[in-house]
Design a protein around this ligand. Sequence first.
Ligand SMILES: O=c1[nH]c(=O)c2[nH]c(=O)[nH]c2[nH]1
Length: 307
Amino acid sequence: MPTILGQNQYGKAENRVVKITRDGDTHHIKDLNVSVALSGDMDDVHYSGSNANVLPTDTTKNTVFAFAKEYGIESAEQFGIHLARHFVSSQEPIHRARIRIEEYAWERIATSDGNSRFIGADEVKHSFARKGQETRVSQITYDGENWEVISGLKDLTVMNSTNSEFWGYVKDKYTTLKEAYDRILATDVSARWRYNWTSDEQRMPNWEKSYEQARKHMLQAFAETYSLSLQQTLYQMGSRIINSRSEIDEIRFSLPNNHHFLVDLEPFGLKNDNEVYFAADRPYGLIEATVLRDGVEPKIPVDMTNL
Ligand SMILES: O=c1[nH]c(=O)c2[nH]c(=O)[nH]c2[nH]1
């Protein structure tokens, strides 16, 4: 049965590039998921396996990261235009380039007090929360006499583009991790907190206000902690809530460490001065712990934050 090749395209999909632009100590983030699809004179590679017209998909990936440094990311559209033009105009066999880009929006974490050296008027200059995606959750249990209310949130994605280090850890024969003195710290917060209210219906907490305040304190602690580990940041987030909200006795966190690896741009003659990162999705470190008011029995189940 004779066959012919139909429409075809190829390239590297889902290049997760994060670009930090430093304007003094104010940082700006562009966080993109860039997919490259090229087409042109590609009959030979399909029919005979000749790669003579094939720019490797690996090269298309490198180009995305190198262009983030060389041209910056002014907008997704502008970045896509640069890339598409480059592939079509620099490679004779390539006639068409389709660049698809998803952009993840971030907003600065607001603070109430201006007393931290990291804080401007009312925003942290290097701390961001991803726009509009967290889910608020709660679990209410009643046995006819007593109530147990556990509230929380999941998928609250936050990032500090500086003020995070990780060093001084155990090194054995399998350790390859390099010590970091200025890294990105990013996580998707999953937290559950337990209210100490159990019965007096006249003295029920204001659930809406309590949620807003717990979320706010958690975010402020994330933004304001100069972090030596995600574990340390977790503890600060938890104790800030316990110390500022008397109605909450216990909080449990599950925090993935969303790794951002500096891209080696030296092969392209470019210096990466903590600007261009590859946002890896897996594997990730997973840091989990409960923070309790002193003297209180822990009651939040260990696995609850993973639900
Ligand atoms: O904040 C961190 N805590 C760790 O336990 C850890 N382990 C690791 O490889 N990187 C990190 N980062």
